[in-house]
Design a protein around this ligand. Structure first.
Ligand code: PLP
Length: 401
């Protein structure tokens, strides 16, 4: 653990040599591993042998390289990579909470996470309180004797609320509960573990990989937590088995080394679009705008060189207008009408009818998710002024401005 070095320096300092001296580590092509001594195999099953690989669902060299790189970025002792972001979230939660426990979550989370917390955890008799995560009093009021966990996204999907991780961490510590943060929207920008989160989860599918060519996730935390997750007897990750394919982890590892450059460009472009769209008197949600409710908080907790991130929302009057706008923008080559984020091209979707559709409409309205909210994942466009002009033409043609 090294708080003095920043995330990119910790990653830069991590030299991972290939098996035969290649600059990229060799890709694991084995599901099982040989032992010269049967006793070592026994010890490995008992979790005692360091450095031995047993079976690829447990650990494999490619996944270990990627996990080490993520732990370096997050400044955690260890990490484990998963076959999806949802696998990371569900395994981490099920490792922390047992039947009869309770957790507190932000009501604004990715729709899949919301559905897991609302509909699926019931099977395990785990109670969930949904709160406005920016209201710390309401978070603390929900803490009960059986509360084990506070869960939030550092920048929430899709409303882009910013979680005050240091304040939530103080509440968690005071009551002896754990703080788990999904940092999918703000890798490098926010360092949750440095700010007091116990565990950090990711959908690597998004900015970290940046290519939209695979689905993957990660759980970062202390060594004991990762050992517990991968225990052959009781580890959620080991027993539910959502292992990432080594070919994919080697690709993601290579993409991680350009993450800092990509994020700066995503942020620069998103800031440009947010400011220019705001000048047209449109309702824009972006943490980089001074009127964003958590703008000052974000400035306090962010690593400023990476900007305010690539996610932005534009609110129009209805789903119908949103749909017409998105169709037009795709036709004018602004980007793709598609879910997901962190891609080199701009992606846009109407959150209430797509990635947040798992959240009932009355709750969407209550939490401030307008039906005409179009979420943008702003791409790496070299000429963002040109992109803005295309969007403006769409807005004019549809008489939105
Ligand atoms: N967390 C956030 C914030 C997301 O937006 C998503 C997916 O959109 C996930 C987690 C789930 O990740 P995956 O699709 O990789 O399972």
């Amino acid at each position: 653990m090294n708080k003095k070095k920043d995330a990119t320096t910790r990653l830069f300092d991590l030299l991972q040599f290939g098996e035969f001296g290649g600059v990229n580590p060799s890709i694991t092509d084995s599901s099982t591993y040989t032992f010269l001594n049967p006793d070592d195999m026994t010890e490995t099953f008992l979790g005692h042998t360091q450095g031995c690989f047993l079976y690829s669902r447990h650990w494999n060299p490619s996944n270990k390289y990627l996990a080490d790189a993520l732990a370096a970025i997050e400044n955690t002792e260890s990490a484990w990579v998963t076959a999806s972001g949802m696998a990371a979230i569900t395994c981490a939660i099920l490792q922390i909470c047992n039947s009869g426990d309770h957790l507190i979550t932000s009501v604004t989370t990715y729709g899949g996470t919301y559905a897991f917390l609302k509909n699926y955890l019931r099977k395990f008799n785990i109670e969930v309180s949904f709160v406005d995560i920016t209201n710390h009093q309401s978070v603390e009021e929900e803490v009960r004797a059986n509360t084990k966990l506070i869960y939030t996204e550092s920048v929430t999907n899709p409303l882009l609320q910013v979680s005050d991780i240091p304040a939530l961490s103080l509440i968690a510590r005071k009551h002896g509960v754990r703080l788990l943060v999904d940092n999918t929207f703000s890798p490098l920008i926010i360092s949750p573990a440095n700010l007091g989160a116990d565990y950090v989860v990711y959908s690597l599918t998004k900015f970290i990989n940046g290519k939209n060519d695979c689905v993957a996730g990660a759980i970062c935390g202390d060594q004991k937590f990762i050992d517990d997750l991968t225990s052959v007897n009781s580890g959620t990750a080991m027993l539910l088995g959502p292992v990432l394919d080594p070919l994919r982890s080697s690709g993601i590892l290579k993409n991680m080394h350009t993450l800092h450059l990509r994020l700066k460009q995503h942020s620069k472009n998103a800031m440009y679009l947010a400011e220019r769209l705001k000048e047209l008197n449109l309702k824009v949600i972006y943490p980089g705008l001074p009127e964003h409710p958590q703008h000052r908080l974000m400035k306090r907790i962010m690593n400023p060189e990476f900007g305010f991130g690539g996610m932005m929302a534009l609110v129009v009057d209805s789903v119908m207008t949103a749909n017409r706008l998105m169709r037009e923008m795709q036709q004018k080559q602004v980007g793709y009408l598609a879910v997901s984020l962190g891609y080199f091209k701009t992606l846009f979707s109407c959150s209430g009818k797509s990635t947040s559709s798992e959240i009932p409409e009355d709750i969407q309205r209550k939490m401030g998710l307008y039906e005409g909210l179009v979420r943008f994942s702003v791409g790496l466009d070299n000429d963002i002024e040109n992109t803005f002009n295309r969007i403006k033409r769409c807005l004019k043609e549809l008489k939105i401005i």
